[in-house]
Write a protein that binds this ligand. Sequence first.
Ligand code: ADP
Length: 492
Amino acid sequence: MLGSVLIANRGEIAVRIIRGARECGVRTIAVYSEADRLAPHVLEADEAYPIGPAPSSQSYLRAEALIEVARRSGAEAIHPGYGFLSERADFASAVEEAGLVFVGPKAETIAAMGDKTEARRRMADAGVPIVPGLVEALADPERAEAAAAEIGFPVLLKASAGGGGKGMRVVREPEELRRAFEAASREAEAAFGDGAVYLERYLAHPRHVEIQVLGDEHGRVVHLGERECSIQRRHQKLVEEAPSAVLTPEEREAMGATAVRAAEAVEYRGAGTVEFLYEDGEFFFLEMNTRLQVEHPVTELVTGIDLVEWQFRVASGEPLPFTQDDIELSGHAIECRITSEDHLGGFLPSTGRIAHLEIPSGPGVRWDGGIVRGSEVTLHYDPLLAKLVVYAPDRARAVARMARALDELVIDGVDTCAPFHRRVMDEPDFQAGDLSIRYLDEHPELLEPDGDDDEALAAALAAALLEDEYRKGRAPRIGRAAGRTLSAWQRG
Ligand code: ADP
């Protein structure tokens, strides 16, 4: 096993990796920007080193500074987490050239899968079904018109270098294509420094279903079942679960075997994810993420396999001791991403100091968090504050458990999307597992302010009176509902 690791990340994922490393007996070395001096990942690591000012371009994205800290601290390896430098092939190469272990796949694998057109080409060659469309970038709008006519509208323009839903444009009519092509290229150029775009068929009602894979350095690759991540906003995931409510065992086996084939085609090492769109029993390769995903906990809960532990074991050269037949799924897990975004205000980012934090607990509840009371939430970084994850014997119980856990969660000081998640748990289509990536378009009510303002005001006044009585020691007890109204009112 590796002796030490530098975690080139922050927030909840840095904390998650530190915990995994500690359980493996690996010394943990954190890095932090000026904004993160007292962040949980800094306090939980064995050692921590400053790497620059708050903006990530001057701190967490400085590859050379990170490698320098690794050298100075005697780290044997670097774990990149997700985001930041995790999918930069040049960073993986630089880490290895510095004589350190990169906890992730080979640089060539990252490079091949990072370019969507090349990934599609490689996958098509390996016999993996891809979303119908092109496998090379478009040279000009004329070629886009010809290709779209062949594929049939609607089509989706996508950035070859894409990620995070950027540089994507749905085009429904031939007349819109030229303008959309130019807009997508511009957006891709601005976001990735590479304006190359291609197009593929825009599926009407797919689910996002992805397969977790795990490979070692000795050629063995297994899959750990699927995660369904159809509940998205602007192509960004909000709720994830394992298993998917609709996959049959045969479909799971077919998708799993395809994902393993995809991973083998790029000699995959470590933990990775093969993403598919699933529609009417058919599935199509979307992309491969060559890193640990945000939603990895749901897979850990239904398989009992600790992905961070296996990332470290594989990086240490250990062979996987299990075969596909050894991997069994049981129970159901759901994850809600708790972001500092106000779902009623168009998911606008919210900033401030966490004044109060009550973390849900009890049977089957897991909290992967990067905040504590007093944490300052700024605009410098991703709005993901934490992930609330539940596990139960079946889906209905997992939904009920998540609703209960969300009721227990209190975060004061910034707005979060937790109330949105609470509504989703009560929504009949979600409860029935009837999902697609259009879920939020079809349920705009989940984003609308609810209730009557007068009623809210009356409740707040009642809560204030109760609080007064309580302080004076006169109220024998405040019931749970009144207590919650009171804390909601106190939050303003
Ligand atoms: P990114 O790398 O930017 O995240 P992806 O290719 O992973 O882009 O796609 C992100 C999301 O966009 C998918 O989960 C899905 O909701 C939507 N999407 C992508 N491709 C298609 C398609 N061909 N048809 C319909 N929706 C799509």
